[in-house]
Design a protein around this ligand. Structure first.
Ligand SMILES: [Zn+2]
Length: 234
């Protein structure tokens, strides 16, 4: 079950406000499709469901609209089932969109090409994304350098230690968290939650990132080199 971005909802029913027309990739055939919903079945004013066939492949797609009156009155979250068979966007892609809206769109377009099975176009789009990212992080000063040179320049420019310095400051005896450790009975849920998030971010940065990069590198190194099309012995 996956959340559908509200931007994909083109129109809504006037009375209950449930989505009526949704434009999104079909989770079965991964093609862009317009789902026109005839009606919703609502239960206890909390949840509404409907099954609509994909106009491209004809297979049923289940939509679930969860109405949350408690946290945000009038708001609802739209879910789709099944999960798409292709790759979904990475967690935190919003930060990329925030850094640069065009780069966010390039990433989405790379995913879309990948999920349509256009491998060559997907790979070229990813290269374009990496070039754009390097240029953006170098504040456009090295626009004409090759990608390799740009990435090498990046290692000198980006201060990868800065996030750790921030954390060290917070945990120091006089820091915002360090101060509270003198009496742990005063620590509330909010502080505990923030500390847990901080630890998770550190684990992601120091352990998960190097680990997954090393694993990817070894997969790249051990992958068989694909034969060029037309290069095979005729
Ligand atoms: Zn379909």
């Amino acid at each position: 079950m996956q959340i559908v971005d509200v931007a994909k909802v083109r129109s809504r029913f006037s009375q209950a406000g449930h989505p009526q027309v949704i434009e999104m990739l079909c989770p079965h055939c991964l093609k862009e499709a317009t789902f026109s919903i005839k009606d919703w079945t609502q239960h206890a004013g909390r949840v509404a469901a409907t099954e609509t066939p994909c106009p491209r492949c004809g297979r049923g797609v289940l939509f679930l609209n969860l109405l949350d009156h408690r946290d945000s009155p009038g708001k609802s979250t739209l879910y789709v089932h099944p999960d798409p068979v292709g790759r979904t966007g990475m967690a935190g892609a919003d930060y990329l969109r925030h850094l640069s809206a065009p780069l966010g769109r390039t990433y989405e377009s790379a995913l879309k090409h990948y999920n349509h099975g256009d491998w060559g176009t997907a790979a070229l789009t990813v290269r374009h994304l990496l070039e754009g990212l390097a240029t953006r992080l170098l504040t456009d000063a090295h626009r004409d350098d090759s990608l390799m040179t740009q990435l090498e320049t990046l290692t000198e420019r980006v201060d990868l230690a800065a996030p750790l310095e921030d954390i060290a400051e917070m945990l120091a005896p006089n820091g915002i968290f360090g101060r509270q450790f003198s009496d742990e009975t005063c620590i509330d849920q909010n502080t505990a939650q923030q500390l847990l998030e901080l630890a998770e971010q550190m684990v992601a940065y120091l352990v998960v990132l190097p680990g997954t990069m090393a694993e990817l590198k070894s997969r790249i190194a051990s992958a068989p080199v694909p034969l060029r099309r037309g290069n095979t012995a005729a």
